[in-house]
Design a protein around this ligand. Structure first.
Ligand code: URA
Length: 216
């Protein structure tokens, strides 16, 4: 049986609404950042549905005992925002996962060669293999950044099957690369777009997510 990358595009009006806002080139920076926060929130909500380790137990209500399910506090939860653009999704993800550890990973691509280099790495030396990892990378374009991020994270012991990538716009090229290298991965994205232009930008896309989120 062959394992296949799972890519989910949640059919939710809030996700469609905020996607329309970030796509619109006339959206000002403050609203763009709000929209990214909301997309980070709702895609993390959708993406975490079957991802947590939970514990079934009982609680005493004021009236009687009843069953209850809690998030297992023994299993670490990690969020890895890919700096810069991934930071725009962080507030939304963090409100849902307030106890998650945040490990920043700074990747930049050369605009000419499209090669990726790492300028900041706050990942732990070793992940507990049970760690639930959420990677925040809004634009899955050529796949170079996310493949580099995956290499950095998996070589520290995290299991791709327990990861969720939260993206806003994904292009087929990045999904193909991820599917070849990490078939156990699961991705939640607001949309899958047609392709890339000659400069590696997603079309129709939303432009440079980092520049638009931070007004640069
Ligand atoms: N990074 C972006 O910010 N936008 C793209 O379209 C591709 C990569």
């Amino acid at each position: 049986m062959s394992i296949q990358l799972r890519v989910y595009v949640p059919d939710h009006p809030l996700i469609k609404h905020w996607l329309g806002i970030v796509r619109d080139k006339n959206t000002p920076t403050v609203l763009f950042k709000t929209a990214m926060t909301e997309l980070g929130r709702w895609l993390t909500y959708e993406g975490s549905r079957y991802w947590f380790s939970t514990l079934d137990t009982t609680v005493q209500t004021p009236l009687t005992e009843t069953s209850a399910t809690f998030i297992n506090p023994e299993i670490p939860i990690a969020i890895v925002p890919i700096v810069r653009a991934g930071l725009a999704l962080l507030d939304g993800a963090q409100t849902l996962l307030p106890l998650a550890s945040i490990y920043h990973l700074g990747l930049v691509r050369d605009e000419e060669t499209l090669e990726v280099s790492c300028y900041l790495n706050k990942l732990p030396e070793k992940f507990d293999p049970e760690t639930r990892v959420i990677i925040l990378e809004p634009m899955l374009a050529t796949g170079a950044s996310i493949i580099r991020a995956m290499a950095e994270i998996t070589q520290r012991g995290a299991d791709p099957a327990l990861m969720r990538i939260i993206s806003i716009v994904a292009a087929p090229r990045a999904l193909q690369k991820l599917s070849q290298e990490y078939p156990h991965l699961t991705i939640y994205t607001a949309i899958i777009d047609e392709g890339l232009n000659a400069k590696g930008y997603i079309v129709p896309g939303l432009g440079d997510a980092g520049d638009r989120a931070f007004g640069t």
